[in-house]
Design a binder for this molecule. Sequence first.
Ligand SMILES: Cc1ncc(COP(=O)(O)O)c(C=O)c1O
Length: 425
Amino acid sequence: MDATDKFRNIIEKYKTPLFVYDRDIILSKIEDMKQTIGENFEIVYSMKANPNPVLLQLFHSSNLLFEVASSGELSLLLNCGIAPEKILFAGPGKTADELKFCVDKKILSINVESMREIATLETICSEQNTNVDICLRININLDSIANRRELNWFSTSKFGIDEHCLDEIVVFLRSHKRVRCIGLHVHMASNVTNHEILTEYLFAICHQIINIMDKFKITLKIVNFGGGWGNPNYLGERELDSYNLRQTYKKIAYLLKNSKINGRMLVESGRYLIGSAGYYIADIVDIKERANKNIIVINGGINHMLFLSSAFRIRGKQIPIGYIRKNKKCSKREVSAKKIYEIGGSLCTPIDYMANHAELPSDLKPGDYLVFTNAGAYTKMASPLNFLGHDWPSEVLLSHGEGHLIASPISLNDIISLQNRLQQD
Ligand SMILES: Cc1ncc(COP(=O)(O)O)c(C=O)c1O
């Protein structure tokens, strides 16, 4: 891929390393997802994937709900003017302060993951003479499809409440009068790009939810199918088949309605909505030619793109990487011989590699740029940004052919002085 035309002006104006998000791609992902799930389901954006406020506004204006996992994320959404009734809070280890914040703000749902959370909420509500609506986050038994490695599913985990504990939990809940269970939440899969596997998983959830509702005679106002939608992150992966998935969601909506579940049906997503809209662009600082290796060193690294380190070292996967020549005169039609490169960042740690088998032109030079695709989700804010004190990269939104700065670079000095100032207060 030669990404010259799309990015050259942005790079010249804002300098690298930087992230670029393509607004058209984000909007088309939202639209794809809406079309696929149909009007019975609502989309919840998992902001942990990318919490940039301008992107949050874009999702908000497309009428999405939001899922948060900390009071920091909740505060940010509220500061962006997003109404509490559009927000769900899920995640293990919610502290009493976080639970109180959710009760105070009256968010749409706290997705409760343990008995301790129920008891803490009861205490908070008694103190405030109020009640709270919650969803139970449950782990259903997926033994029948557990051989599907692609589900990224772990049988016992710190998340949610296991299905076999439900009898006990329901008795416990019924003895806590101020905490009312209004829904169920299942999130046990991530990044599934095969629609057949995703379909099996969604039907397993659907059947279990119907069973639970029948068994415990509960009325569900919210049925949350969690995430799972994958993005073709790596070389050789394919897009989810949205035609077939559409049939799946139609059948699920029918099954739930037939079982008298008339609550809101939710689908969560982070990476599908924002992953492929993002690009990470860095300068080539150095090229080292060794006897058996060609090594490119860039002015960024896993301090901005942590997931890439494990992608190829643990999973053996490579992402597509493009390039842009510094010298405009090199036409993109010019065909150069290719070479295999290792690509490393500028951190002093051997885990700071982004790829070990990138096929790129053999005549790349320091000053040329590399463009890492699928860099919209779980990148900048999911990386050790401060390690070794390089500036935080900027973020730019590409909209109607123009780049708009939506996050400026920040130096280690800025961050440390902010923290020291806060400590003196
Ligand atoms: C509860 C919950 N829902 C949804 C997601 C989003 O997952 P993805 O980005 O793979 O769509 C996550 C991710 O960790 C999650 O914890």
